[in-house]
Design a binder for this molecule. Sequence first.
Ligand code: SF4
Length: 244
Amino acid sequence: MEDVIGYVHSVETGGIVDGPGLRYVVFTTGCPLRCLYCHNPDTMKMKSGTETSAYALLKDIATYRDYFKAGGGGLTISGGEPMAQKEFLKVLMWGARQMGVHVTVDTSGYMHKNLDDETLKLADLYLLDIKSFLPQTYKKVTGVEIEPTLQFAKRLEALGIDVWIRFVLVPDLTDDLENIEGVAKFCSELSNVKRVDVLPFHKMGEHKWQEMGKKYELSETRQPELEETEAARDIFRKYGLKTY
Ligand code: SF4
């Protein structure tokens, strides 16, 4: 496969929350969603960030192979939306796979039709963000329709690829019981969902919105209490899902 130039926001070499073990995380730029709580709004713009050779990144990733082997980690490609740069994503996945490095892709699934099945199968695991279940709530949170995300989850099930679901709990936005139950029931009906992470909303990205001269719509929204997050997790557990 030939080298491709991609646009990268940043690289993190000690990630522990973006997949199993110690992760080398590449944050690509470009995202079609406009999540109200996005903590990396500076990754949304297409073709922004540093122009980077996929081969150069792979060369760097190769130096961490022993760490990955010892700690069960690997490469995670996140964003932004990695599928917004499908050729770059493909070369990174392919190259890591060639080296025997575990590959995780963190995505909303919105652009999954950009990738054929053979490309999707280059990843060992997908971290799929299902940001809500009620269509109107999903649209309010992200600015786009939910259907492609749900289709993608089912497509991964058909391909037999593991998925970890991520759901952000935002008071008065995503915490409606029907909304949470909807995500939980949907996940429980898929055979490839290995775990669900319920992430409490936080405002760590608020300053970035301000620096970019953009309005942060959730400045008055509070962070959920620990008990509220646990109660949401219990809903997923009730559906038999391994939840954190
Ligand atoms: S999908 Fe991720 S990067 Fe894109 S807007 Fe939403 S939170 Fe931000």
